[in-house]
Design a protein. Structure first.
Length: 181
């Protein structure tokens, strides 16, 4: 089944497709949550809410298109739900959330488990932040340059490069999380 057919099934409210997608995503969701200190009771809640948000997005936006695998996009929604729960729900706050700014960007741009959809979404959002932000974040997280090297390369002071990285991460993260809600 191609991606467009899958989107059509979602728009038509096909419950069987929802269940098959749920079961196909369950193991990757389980690994993701266990790796971050979650337990069995959290898996169903996070997976269900991630799928729900994805289905709502597809139904509300008739022009919603997917350029990578359906599973990669759904997993992106699951990750965003987990991160939001860890920030807002007291049951999740004690978990290792991976939402520290450095870890979040590094994971999104360089981790082996990161999907092409996640990476392309992050890169697209970085384009919207502007040239300086994109240069600073890529130099720091992808090329692993020090802040001093980045400051020298871009003719910034060290303190300005550090502040710029912090602000760019905050803006990028805000835009990323807005896509999930």
């Amino acid at each position: 089944m191609n991606t467009q057919e899958s989107l059509d099934l979602i728009r038509n409210g096909d419950r069987a497709f929802f269940h098959s997608l749920y079961y196909s995503m369950e193991e990757s969701c389980r690994k993701y949550i266990f790796k971050r200190g979650g337990d069995e009771t959290m898996i169903d809640e996070i997976l269900h809410e991630g799928l729900y948000r994805f289905f709502v997005r597809v139904k509300e936006k008739q022009d919603f298109q997917i350029t990578s695998s359906l599973e990669a996009v759904v997993f992106g929604f699951i990750k965003m739900v987990w991160q939001q729960k860890c920030r807002t729900d007291s049951r999740y706050r004690k978990m290792h959330t991976d939402i520290d700014e450095d870890d979040w960007v590094r994971e999104s741009l360089t981790e082996e488990n990161t999907t092409d959809a996640d990476t392309s979404m992050i890169m697209s959002l970085m384009d919207n932040l502007g040239k300086d932000c994109k240069e600073v974040l890529i130099a720091f997280y992808v090329h692993k340059n020090s802040l001093q090297e980045i400051a020298d390369e871009l003719n910034f002071s060290y303190d300005y490069a550090k502040l710029k990285r912090f602000r760019c991460i905050a803006d990028l993260r805000k835009k990323y999380l807005q896509m999930a809600s």
